[in-house]
Design a protein around this ligand. Structure first.
Ligand code: ADP
Ligand code: MG
Length: 397
């Protein structure tokens, strides 16, 4: 299935291996508040250490402006990684230059060195060939395990592959394999659950999923654009006026293809967008003109749960309501629970906020696969090429 060479397909012993990881973690006051992405990179890093490679880790963090900025230093990640690995990780406070070259020359087999934030260099996002060559000069081979950055053609994800033999890391390979297999050969019925704030973010994904799924469940803010397309009065709920026509086309496509499209039948509505707003439950035809839907209602929850429990493949992206606020979290929680409880299904969850919701309800361990790549997962599901993956060596090369 996965057509690219992986780190297992090459002798790494004694080699300097430049590993692009996705350590773009949330920080608060210089502390890593969620180490999921660091943990996700451990299998590849451990494999390389165990096989005697000299491991040079590079990543971006946040959006510094192409120059050093202490607020975006990767230094706090070093300590977390060292602890998780149970070994020393040597941090260099720059990305290229004499300090880096010297440190890399002194490396021994099995050692791990971590460089500073790639985006401190303007050449990273510009995919500048000169910068890519400087990175490549540090190593003998390149391994890409940064699935979350694979939809971007930057120097460290694409440029560098012009100068070094390029292999997939284990996380990247698993992400691509899992998502591709889900689309290519899903156990049926296949139910996709989509939510979140906007249709426009996910239109390509909706379109592609309609070719594959048996049931499409739509909740969250995006459902109001679909309901508007059906002529439902949605009050002041979030809506994207310019996406109403495209949403209509999607409704038609669903019925042409015989896909069961489930939209909410009731809502938790509020008189304003606030945790302490006045709120009540109404049928979807009874949304008061100056109220907004902030969560799916109890009848909808039951409807969605039934479809979820019947499925053998489940893909979930996008919260069902404003789950960050307590009065509007039941829909997301109950849907997450229904996904978790269906142990006969292959369940895949993707999207930053959806994964955050899964964690909030402590259900992360109860689904088959949690995708770490937000934008990259969406691009892959849309069928768009991922430059970071395309650039790797083909399995038959
Ligand atoms: P993901 O990151 O999982 O892909 P999105 O970023 O698309 O998800 O959407 C998440 C956001 O959608 C959340 O911040 C949530 O509050 C918001 N949201 C969900 N339902 C509604 C709604 N009915 N009205 C407004 N915002 C909503
Ligand atoms: Mg999001």
């Amino acid at each position: 299935m996965f057509a690219k060479k992986t780190v297992r397909d090459v002798e790494v012993r004694g080699k300097r291996v430049l590993v692009r990881v996705d350590f773009n973690v949330p920080l608060a006051d210089g502390i890593v508040t969620d180490d999921t992405r660091i943990r996700a990179a451990l299998p590849t890093i451990r494999y390389l250490i165990d096989h005697g490679a000299r491991v040079i880790l590079v990543s971006h963090l946040g959006r510094p402006k192409g120059a050093p900025d202490p607020a975006f230093s990767l230094r706090p990640v070093r300590a977390v990684l060292a602890q998780l690995l149970g070994r020393n990780v040597h941090f260099i406070g720059s990305v290229v230059g004499p300090d880096v070259t010297t440190a890399v020359e002194r490396m021994v087999d099995g050692e791990v060195v971590m460089l500073e934030n790639l985006r401190f260099e303007p050449g990273e996002k510009a995919n500048d060939p000169a910068f890519a060559r400087q990175l490549a000069a540090l190593a003998d081979i390149y391994v890409d395990d940064a699935f979350g950055a694979a939809h971007r053609a930057h120097a460290s994800t694409e440029g560098v592959t012009h100068y070094l033999p390029a292999y997939a890391g284990m996380l990247l390979a698993r992400e691509v394999e899992t998502l591709s297999a889900m689309l290519a050969d899903p156990a049926r019925p296949f139910a996709a659950i989509l939510g979140g704030s906007k249709v426009s973010d996910k239109f390509g994904v909706i379109d592609r999923l309609l070719d594959v799924v048996d049931t499409l469940i739509v909740g969250g803010g995006m459902c109001f654009t679909f309901l508007a397309a059906k002529g439902v009065d949605i009050g002041t709920s979030i809506v994207e006026a310019e996406w109403v026509e495209p949403a209509k086309k999607m409704l038609d496509k669903a019925s042409e293809r015989g896909v069961g499209l489930l939209l909410p039948v009731d809502f938790v509505v509020a008189d304003r967008f606030a945790e302490d707003a006045e709120c009540r439950i109404v049928g979807r035809e009874e949304i008061p003109g100056d109220w907004m839907g902030l969560d799916i209602g109890p009848t909808t929850i039951e409807l969605f749960k039934t479809a979820i429990s019947d499925a053998r493949t489940i893909f979930w992206n996008g919260p069902m309501g404003v789950f960050e606020m307590k009065p509007y979290q039941a829909g997301t929680r109950e849907v997450a629970l229904a996904v978790a409880r269906n142990s006969r299904a292959v369940s895949v969850v993707g999207g930053g906020d959806s994964v955050a919701a899964l964690k909030k309800f402590d259900l992360e361990e109860r689904v088959t696969f949690v995708s770490t790549g937000g934008g990259a997962s969406m691009k892959l599901l849309e069928g768009a090429p991922l430059p970071g993956v395309e650039a790797l060596l083909d399995q038959d090369s």
